[in-house]
Design a protein around this ligand. Sequence first.
Ligand code: C2E
Ligand code: CA
Ligand code: CA
Ligand code: CA
Length: 278
Amino acid sequence: RQSGGGAWSYFTRTMSEDVQSRVSMLHSLRAAIDFKRGLSLAYQPLVNARSGKLVGAEALLRWRNDFGESVSPQRFIPLAERTGLINELGLWVIETALDRLARWRAQGLSDMVMSINVSSVQFRADDFAAQVKRLIDLCDVPAVAVTLEITESIALEDHAHVMEQIAELRRFGVSFAIDDFGTGFSSLSQIALLPADQLKIDRAFVDKVCNSAADHSLAATVVMLAQGRNLGMVAEGVETEEQKDALLALGCEKMQGYLFGRPMSAEQFDAWVRERRP
Ligand code: C2E
Ligand code: CA
Ligand code: CA
Ligand code: CA
């Protein structure tokens, strides 16, 4: 009984610590969003690995909390999703990224495309598509230069409503990419139903592309799936020359990863572009 009691108090203590830390994280995230404090975007280059040309950038959210610690989006985005903060946060991400895109295009990166991650939860808002269109107009960028990255989890949302919003944005010119392709829980038939223009091949597959024959054929299957649906492909998390060559051999040209460039601030991105100019 004694040990049972000890285990129980340990259990309740760690539980309450957990709840407490989530409540305080929520509190500071709320403040960060309200006062635009500690939030920023990092930009990772997207290149055509065959020509070496810059194609675009993916905007990745960064948050430095009140203690100056950087918190992983993998921790705070799920919290923002559960509490509804993601709507406001997500619109801030879109506006900030499109504003940056407008500047880059004006500075001579005229073909540049911006990829922005959107959470499935953001599609629940009735006016999501209208808000995105408003921000594209506000920032004065062409809709065709905007790609929204969605994940397979969108299949869990109200199907008709999601389809309507995606269709409205695609009519406007916005492209859609299915992110983390192949890692989710959705069946192939669900993916076949998702309207998209691109598949982003997850890092898990890129890691495998140079491994055993079985692993390689798995990666090849993902590429074939994309080609079969006439979708564009982007491989993410490319870290080595071997991975790059193997992906090129499979017919995937667009890549992202540490081999080409890490996510960086807008200023670092400008320097990265200058260094690469002949
Ligand atoms: P993701 O969209 O799959 O983004 C790719 C992640 O892989 C990023 O992590 C990026 O920094 C990292 N990465 C890129 N290249 C390499 C590489 O060569 N090797 C390795 N090991 N990693 C690489 P990050 O920035 O921590 O973002 C994690 C996830 O958080 C993202 O995964 C995305 O799902 C989510 N996220 C980030 N920003 C946003 C946002 O603005 N909105 C939403 N809804 N989600 C976001
Ligand atoms: Ca992404
Ligand atoms: Ca991804
Ligand atoms: Ca991911």
